[in-house]
Write a new protein. Structure first.
Length: 269
């Protein structure tokens, strides 16, 4: 019996590692140019090349980037990165469902990432512990997630309604679906961070990054399709800052912003 369990464990570990390797290979083959736009997209040359798609493509790069950060964080101490594993899975699941349901974008590139992420989740070293939150949670972070959810869901509803117009080049290219992924990524990571899943600190940063990046994009390119108003852009950035500050302040263990169970005092990264 012990030997059978040992073999099962080895297979699980092998599949988990293989899923991350395959994700890395696909990233190297298909995504370098897209990810480079996270920085290069701000240049005038890239702006001229991207034209009316500038904000959308840079937003797509952001959601892909934050998804990959959550997934590849599992390569190092995965037992301490559970919140980010869930955030990555929910993010790619949302994008995949939208891509398939609306028949837009590039499912041949999206679905393989969903497959390897699902394998990583199913074979994760944490096993059943994936479904257990940690020994602490933050009412303040939960409140911030709840506050953000209202405008985010309204944003998602608007973008999905635009996706049905196939005469719109943004819709046909799947840009609106990908922007819903960008909008929901903060919730995907933020919920698990707020609930205190192991690794909540990293997940809180991954929740804040896409929100702040979108706010900066909208402020910088207000005439682009997909940009929001100056007020909402500033609020998005302020939300991101508040989320990270709350998480960083509460990680000291002395703050009332994070409530800890009496069972253990386990640290979270």
């Amino acid at each position: 019996m012990a030997k059978a369990r040992s073999w099962t464990g080895m297979v699980r570990t092998g599949l988990f590692s293989l899923s991350l390797v395959l994700a890395a290979v696909m990233t190297a083959l298909f995504l370098p140019d897209l990810l480079a736009l996270l920085v290069m997209g701000w240049t005038a040359e890239a702006g001229a090349e991207l034209g009316i798609h500038r904000l959308h493509v840079m937003g797509i790069a952001a959601v892909v980037g934050v998804f990959l950060l959550g997934l590849f964080s599992q390569a190092f101490r995965p037992l301490e990165r559970i919140a980010s594993m869930w955030g990555a899975f929910v993010s790619i699941l949302v994008v995949s469902i939208g891509t398939v349901a609306f028949g837009v974008g590039r499912p041949e590139e999206v679905l393989p990432f969903l497959l390897v992420t699902t394998i990583a989740l199913v074979t994760h070293p944490a096993g059943r512990s994936l479904f257990r939150r940690g020994d602490s949670y933050s009412p303040v972070l939960l409140a911030l997630v709840a506050v953000a959810a209202i405008p985010i869901l309204a944003f998602v509803g608007t973008k999905l309604s635009l996706t049905t117009n196939m005469s719109d080049p943004h819709a046909a290219d799947g840009h609106y679906v990908m922007m819903t992924g960008l909008a929901l990524a903060p919730l995907a990571y933020g919920v698990f961070a707020a609930l205190g899943f192991t690794g909540w600190r990293l997940a809180s940063w991954l929740a804040a990054l896409p929100m702040a990046y979108y706010g900066l994009l909208s402020l910088s390119f207000p005439a682009q399709v997909g940009a929001t108003s100056t007020t909402w852009s500033v609020l998005a950035i302020l939300w991101a800052v508040a989320f990270v500050v709350t998480a960083e302040y509460s990680r000291t263990g002395t703050s009332a912003l994070f409530r800890r169970d009496s069972r253990t005092k386990r640290a979270s990264i």
